[in-house]
Structure formats: C-alpha cells, structure tokens
Design a protein around this ligand. Sequence first.
Ligand SMILES: [Zn+2]
Length: 129
Amino acid sequence: MKKVMTRATADLPRMTENQFSRVKKLLRRLYANYDRGNCLLLDDGYDPCPCPQLISNTLLCRYFRSAVLPSDQELWGELLGQAGTRKRCAICGALFLPRSNRALYCEDCAGQEKRRKIRERVRRHRAGM
Ligand SMILES: [Zn+2]
C-alpha cells in the first residue's frame, strides 16, 4: 500500500464511528472512483491502492470531500463544520441545512407542516372564517 498520509492530517476533520459508517455507505453508493475498494485516482496501473477514505476516519480524500460528500447534505454539514448555517428543526430537533434563512424545519417536517397548514386553511374556509 502506498503512503497517502504524508501531509499532516491533523487539521482535517475527523469522523465519529457513526459518521464514518455513513461515509462508507456513501462511498459505496456514489464514489465514481471506487472500484472494489480500490481508489482509481491512486491506482498507477500496477498495484491497486485501497481507497484511503475507506480505511481512515479522517476526511483526507479531496475528491470525496468536494464531489461526493455534498450529496449528503446532513453529513456534509456535520463534517465540514458548516456550523453557522446549520439549524435545529423546530419540530423534531434534527440538525438540517436550511435552504433559506427563514427555514425552521427539516425537510421532512417542512413537508408535513405545509400539508398541515393547507388542511387548516381548508378547515377555516369551510367554517366560514
Ligand atoms: Zn424535523
């Protein structure tokens, strides 16, 4: 195996066990260069190089960070510390990345809340208010 951690990795975000397993799931599903556990970006055509992102809980693969991780907004926010932009859902308390400054709820709850408001409006309308 080639040495891939020559640079200092201390500054890179580290994952918790839970986040790491989500990253691995994400990698298997989306990583275009992920080929049976071997990273094609590091493959020199002679000996396959295991994807370093699969064996390390440090976010060291730049390709993964910039191209793969954003597809999981929640994980992306957690790992890359978009702390200022994250909000806690006013209903279920889950962290989410708001699409607008006014967003109060996570996507799930926002959908339910929308339907609830429509139902309410219909009810009021029927009651003649
Ligand atoms: Zn919610």
